[in-house]
Design a protein around this ligand. Structure first.
Ligand code: DQA
Length: 142
């Protein structure tokens, strides 16, 4: 089972960025834990602060991978292009947010990408990524 995790803008600063909102752990150390929790999954990690690079990565894996976990960061709330990219590929995409976007500023309540995603996990911290992998593994077994 091939799973691509894509993190968008500013998520390279996890661990340093607003720890009261996003926690203290850099994604790289969490990613090592994910790999040991899901030894049978082939996990790939990509992060970019650039909208077009996120779209290119969706295109690169979106016809062959079993699932994509996408935290598009602030592009979630603005990007018609990422909405269209998710709609253009075959692999199911789960939208993940570390914080509960609905408990925050009103401009974070609107996501332009959810309608093209299989589902949405928000507010469960980094565990949201593990829950999404768990979901893809149950799909893969059936
Ligand atoms: C985020 C929520 C977004 O509103 C914000 O712009 C982010 C991170 C989250 O994971 O909680 O960069 O996607």
């Amino acid at each position: 089972m091939k799973i691509q995790i894509i993190n968008g803008p500013n998520l390279n600063l996890l661990g340093k960025r607003e720890p009261e909102v996003y926690g203290n752990e850099p994604f790289e150390t969490f990613f090592q834990k994910l790999k040991s929790t899901f030894p049978l999954a082939e996990l790939h990690y990509f992060q970019s602060n650039v909208e077009g690079e996120i779209i290119n990565q969706l295109h690169a894996v979106g016809f062959t991978f079993d699932g994509i976990i996408l935290n598009a960061g602030a592009y979630t709330h603005t990007s018609v292009a990422i909405h269209d990219a998710i709609g253009s590929i075959k692999s199911p995409v789960i939208e993940v947010h570390i914080s509960n976007v609905f408990a925050r500023e009103e401009y974070r309540h609107k996501s332009l990408i959810t309608s093209k995603c299989k589902g949405l996990i928000t507010g469960l911290g980094l565990d949201g990524y593990a829950l999404a992998i768990h979901y893809f593994s149950t799909l893969h077994k059936s």
